[in-house]
Design a binder for this molecule. Structure first.
Ligand code: IYR
Length: 236
């Protein structure tokens, strides 16, 4: 163990706030190599899915994915997120209709620009969002832009977008790992979600995740991923 002149926690800090031992299980190089490779292999098979089956998915699986997502690190550990899980058909329908109307303006009335249309062309997305009604669950993630202290005063939240983005990534990972599919869907604008889902004023919609089994034989764009040398720089 290297010598730290400033060990963490400082003994004075440890008197003021509770600390516990991490209890970290060290693994051999061989075991880490094996785990790293098999996790990468699993993640490499993840794809965004745009046609779901209507086969029901038990609520406990969604609960576990949300718990996994909520293990994400967050600014000052404020955990500035709310996950609203919807299986109610009427609510899903309302979300679909509102999202389709916004997207119709984007795609058909060209509210966004030609650049946007061109960038999305290979994905073949359009304003039809049937999956919002057919997928058994819609999990809508909200940022909590600020919180409330027990005395009712405003609690500032830090790095909200970064924190919620990390949690969202972990949700996607949890869903994929358990054998289900999802898609980060961001109708634009999506302010309607706060009203439709009766969320308080401090919450702002971040992303919608339809979750379910992929429709049988579903197709996805034949996309590759950037190789390591195009995404990483090592200074070793
Ligand atoms: N949110 C819109 C458009 C869209 C935008 C991007 I950037 C994508 O990668 C995919 C879709 C939609 O869902 O159609």
């Amino acid at each position: 163990m290297p010598t730290y002149r400033y060990p963490y926690p400082d003994p004075e800090l440890a008197e003021k706030y509770p600390f516990v031992e991490l209890g970290f299980a060290s693994r051999s190089d061989a075991e880490m190599t094996e785990r790293a490779a098999s996790f990468y292999e699993l993640m490499e098979t993840r794809r965004s899915v745009r046609m779901f089956d209507d086969r029901p998915v038990p609520r406990h699986l969604i609960e576990t994915a949300i718990r996994a997502a909520s293990t994400a690190p967050s600014g000052a550990h404020m955990q500035p997120w709310t996950f609203v899980a919807v299986s109610d058909h009427d609510v899903k329908r309302q979300i679909r209709l509102a999202a389709e109307e916004e997207e119709r303006i984007n795609y058909v009335d060209n509210r966004m620009n030609d650049d946007w249309q061109e960038a999305l062309a290979p994905l073949g997305t359009d304003h039809h969002k049937e999956f919002l009604e057919i997928a058994p669950w819609l999990v809508v993630v909200f940022e909590r832009r600020y919180g409330q202290r027990p005395d009712g005063s405003k609690q500032t939240h830090y790095y909200v977008k970064e924190s919620v983005g990390i949690a969202a990534g972990m949700f996607i990972t949890a869903i994929h790992q358990m054998g289900l599919a999802t898609l980060p869907h961001t109708p634009n604008p999506m302010a309607f979600l706060r009203r439709t889902l009766s969320r308080p004023r401090n919450e702002r919609p971040f992303v919608i995740f339809p979750v379910g089994h992929p429709a049988p034989g579903v197709q996805v764009p034949d996309l590759g991923r950037k190789p390591l040398d195009q995404i990483a720089v090592f200074l070793d």
